[in-house]
Design a protein around this ligand. Sequence first.
Ligand code: NA7
Length: 538
Amino acid sequence: MEDRTFDAIVIGAGFSGLYALHKLRALGLRTRAFEQADGVGGTWLWNRYPGARCDLESIEYSYSFSKEIEQEWNWTELMPAQPEIEAYLNFAADRLDLRRDIRFNTRVAALAFDETTATWCMETDCGERYRAQFVIAATGLLSVPLDPAFPGMETFAGEAVFSNRYPRDGVAFDGRRVALIGTGSSGVQSVPVVARAAQHLYVLQRSAAYTLPSPARVYEPGEFEALKADYVAIRDAQRSARAGAARTSAFAVMAQAEARPPLKTASRAEQLRAIEEYGVQGALFWSDVTHDMEAGDMARRLYGEAVARIVNDPETAASLVPDYPFGCKRPIIDSGYYETFNRDNVTLVDLKKTPIVEIAAQGIRTTQDFLEVDTILYATGFDAMTGALTRIDIRGRDGARLREKWSAEGPASYLGLLVAGFPNLFTLIGPGSPGALANVVSSLEFQVDWVADCIAHLRARGLRTVEANGEAQAAWVDHMNALVEGSVALHPSCNSWWNGANVPGKKRVFTSYASGLPEYRRHCEEATARGYAGFTLS
Ligand code: NA7
């Protein structure tokens, strides 16, 4: 009979779940991880869409806790592509012998806190029950697909695929007429790759994206070996960097912009020189762009001028200019996105002008056209940050449901680690953490270490539970909100997964801690040093 009682249960076997399993096992806890997919990788397993690539350097978007993994693994590209990240996580899982404690193909459906034993009862989608004192939700910030609801979607006779659960064996686009819906990071990265194979590609865009050319490239011979020898210094620099990444990244682009002069005081000649020298990036590299709506609008227009220098067709170029300010959505890094619209086999369909009416057996009907296609690639995003937790039926003290609490009050949590009323349920990279604003790997390593220290502290003192205090949680939420007050990310025109506005009916709240990873660490370490201030240990 399978043992169903553990010290700790980890939900998810992506970057955070794998490290949590390793760390808790090393602490001597009987730990079992549950993963709904058939392999490790999490987000990097599901999102196998063409062109999927990280926007941080591989040397920084990797585990720092194991010197062995650092030295034994060889990255081949500066900005790693999805297959290499998935292979890396498989390597780490094997190197740390994690698979024997992971139950694959198993989705966690429900969690209920049992007050009498101070343990969590967990139920899987097959109705199996497990019990553990601690639960670590390593469920990812971009793991719950958000599918559109176009009339007639189910009647499409061709192949319909989703970027966020892309088929393992890939999709043949060769010679096909393809429609791609959605121009966030997934859509923008897919466009150039699909365009090279397809007979014709229709890009169906509801909101235009701000996207910057990726510095992605293969390492020169010897280049990675030199970096590898320098890991100590690289990790040091990462630790003190606001975004948990000190080298090239989308975050660095925004930080550089803040260090430059304001756009509002730049002369026309200076503005033009910026886009001549730096292309689209030159339009955004100014200190006031993400803080001042007027400067944001100037940057938007300048960005349009830079796009018009790349895209030949003026109407297409105009449609590709966002109608919202930079900084409202997470910046994208692409490989030849705008240039792709100069290909004869690519058509941009501006859904703001001609919305989708329905999907039919042979294609997509807009208010203006019928697009006959063989394949539809949906790249429509995620119920981010909270979705992975709210779709599990989580009941804490007095049977209170996390889903209802968060939907009524917004996704509150103390330090992004624990939620009041839900003892011993640690949330990794969820709301209240640096989440979407920092290198997820750096954040999760810190959080997992914090959780392990906290559990060791409880055990050493014979304590059973740790729980966030309501007042500390409320103060943390207020602090988080104050940090983003007045920023473009919360502007009413800003519909982004960053603030939940991409999900119909979801409360508009900016859920990532905006003061950077070092400051976040300081808050957490300070709470620990003050005897777990803000938490109740009992
Ligand atoms: P995103 O960034 O949420 O992008 C989703 C895209 O899909 C976006 O352009 C949406 O337009 C579009 N969308 C969503 N629903 C519809 C409907 N119903 N009709 C038309 N278009 C729609 O998700 P991604 O997967 O691209 O990227 C997520 C993150 O993953 C990314 O930031 C990186 O960090 C990695 P909208 O903007 O809502 O008008």
